[in-house]
Design a protein around this ligand. Structure first.
Ligand SMILES: [Zn+2]
Length: 327
């Protein structure tokens, strides 16, 4: 797919400089560099900056390594890499901070619109949910935020050695954990997920999960299982969820999806059958949507269906399908 890397989180030219991760002196020099910048993260939300009166943030907010909030977590800082031009980029997790009047219900909602403003940071800076702000970021900012979010989620959920159960330690500037008891190294996880544009003639197969907002439908998706190819996963998941048989499958585009640590493989599949028999344990509904109807959905004028979320690969693939730019 020609425009594959234009997908949100499609990469922003970050030089990951993996050779520096094992070089403590070089990391120290990078942290102390006048160009160094730290992305503060709070419970998976990146720090963002906002122009006065803007509805949404205008991008990520960077903090100096010398700021007390960053300096306090220097030992647990993740080294994300070097921005084009060479500025060292780090991420620090300050999830231990408990904001006053925290709206826990908003944090747990389907679309968390709450923002948290730390008293020691500028008033224009706030922690914001990444899905909500992902289309406001530059490609580089999106890559940095997704990398930081996925790595931090992995550290939070993998504090114990999977081989012997002992507490493990962060190593390699956040890119490994090592067990001090049995010495087993552990590497950050990325879980492969297929998301598929299944078409039959002029129609595309859409489904919805229980608990989604009313009218929200998206492309079918599912985790790739051990021992399975992407193509087989597309056919199996589509059949399990809808009973539709899929023939030829081709790869279109991928998207790192840090919710919490997936890599979405966008694929196209040609349906061999059209009868739908959903598995209610997996999805709530599935239907075929014609190209004409999907254009109405994208225009926000469909009586039932709502457009998929901008920034998600489903939206990107459907948009390119409608524009006939999948090749
Ligand atoms: Zn161990």
């Amino acid at each position: 797919m020609k425009h594959a890397e234009q997908v949100t989180f499609g990469g922003g030219g970050l030089e990951r400089a993996a050779h520096l991760r094992t070089d403590p002196a070089a990391l120290e020099a990078a942290w102390n560099s006048p160009e160094a910048q730290v992305l503060l993260m709070w419970r998976g939300k990146p720090l963002t900056r906002r122009e006065t009166d803007a509805d949404l943030p205008g991008g990520l907010a960077w903090t100096s390594p010398a700021h007390p909030l960053a300096a306090d977590c220097k030992d647990a800082a993740l080294f994300l890499g070097l921005a084009p031009g060479g500025a060292p980029c780090f991420a620090c997790d300050i999830s231990g901070w408990q904001p006053e009047d925290l709206d826990q219900e908003a944090l747990n909602s389907f679309a968390d619109a709450s923002e948290q403003q730390h008293p020691d940071l500028p008033a224009s800076h706030a922690f914001a949910e990444l899905r909500r702000v992902m289309t406001c970021l530059t490609p580089l900012e999106a890559e940095l935020a997704a990398t930081a979010k996925a790595l931090l989620a992995w550290h939070r959920s993998h504090g114990f050695c999977a081989a012997c159960g002992a507490p493990s330690d962060m190593a390699q500037a956040g890119w490994q954990r090592i067990c001090p008891a049995c010495k087993t190294p552990h590497f950050p996880r990325t879980d492969p997920v297929v998301i598929m544009l299944i078409t039959h003639g002029d129609a595309v197969l859409m489904g919805r999960s229980p608990g989604w907002p009313e009218g929200m439908y998206s492309l079918l998706a599912g985790f790739v299982e051990p021992g399975e190819t992407l193509e087989a996963a597309v056919r199996r998941e589509t059949f399990e969820e809808t009973g539709v048989q899929v023939g030829p499958v081709s790869y279109l585009s991928s998207q790192p999806w840090a919710f919490p640590m997936s890599l979405m493989f966008g694929c196209a599949g040609e349906a061999l059958s059209t009868d739908i028999a959903i598995d209610p344990a997996e999805i709530e509904d599935a239907l075929w949507v014609s190209r004409q109807d999907m254009m109405t959905v994208f225009a926000g004028e469909h009586p039932v269906l709502r457009p998929s979320r901008q920034g998600a690969i489903a939206h990107f693939l459907l948009k390119n399908w409608l524009a006939d730019t999948l090749d």
